[in-house]
Write a protein that binds this ligand. Structure first.
Ligand code: DAT
Ligand code: MG
Length: 169
């Protein structure tokens, strides 16, 4: 009985205090898919120690992309952005782990590849801001919103990661 209570407490502690169940929305854009960068990008997130809990390949409608990029609707590049993002398949994913939102953004690099440090995805794999191969949520709130926009709850998989004990203390 005490063991069960301790296990439940440890689980709740992990969720509430350590935040290892934080999730972020990542999309490999049509240029990333066409340029065969899917494996390279997934490899980086796996190597880091994050857990993949959702993934699909899809061609998104302009309506979905307009909802996704709603905050940018007044930008001069908005229409071109929606056209490019809907022009071919995307690989959409949900990754989970401690501080995954902030860390994924650091792994992506800056919005403009020219400002992105070597070692980041955009710093290593692309050249121009309008072909920057990958999207990542910019805050925990955006991540929650974007995951609900792109995935149904039953498309996300909760699985027991044997590596967790070697990634988290
Ligand atoms: P990020 O994708 O780094 O979160 P963002 O949300 O400001 O950047 O913009 C969304 C996408 O719009 C970005 O990944 C590429 C495109 N974009 C941003 N600034 C642009 C610009 N000045 N010209 C063309 N496309 C741009
Ligand atoms: Mg953004």
């Amino acid at each position: 009985m005490i063991c069960v209570a301790l296990a439940v407490f440890a689980y709740m502690f992990q969720i509430v205090v350590t935040g290892i169940h934080e999730r972020t929305f990542i999309a490999i854009k049509p240029d990333g898919v066409q340029r065969r960068l899917v494996g390279e990008i997934i490899h980086r997130f796996e190597q880091k120690g994050f857990k993949l809990v959702g993934m699909k390949i899809m061609q998104a409608s302009e309506d979905l992309l307009k909802a996704h990029y709603f905050e940018l609707r007044d930008q001069p590049f908005y229409n071109r952005l929606v056209k490019y993002m809907s022009s071919g398949p995307l690989v959409t994913m949900v990754w989970q782990g401690l501080n995954v939102v902030k860390t994924a953004r650091a792994m992506l690099g800056e919005t403009n590849p020219a400002d992105s440090a070597p070692g980041t995805i955009r710093g290593d794999l692309c050249v121009e801001v309008s072909r920057n191969v990958i999207h990542g949520s910019d805050s925990v709130e955006s991540a929650i919103h974007e995951i609900s926009l792109w995935f149904r709850p039953d498309e996300l998989v909760c699985w027991n990661d044997c590596a967790d004990d070697w990634i988290y203390e």
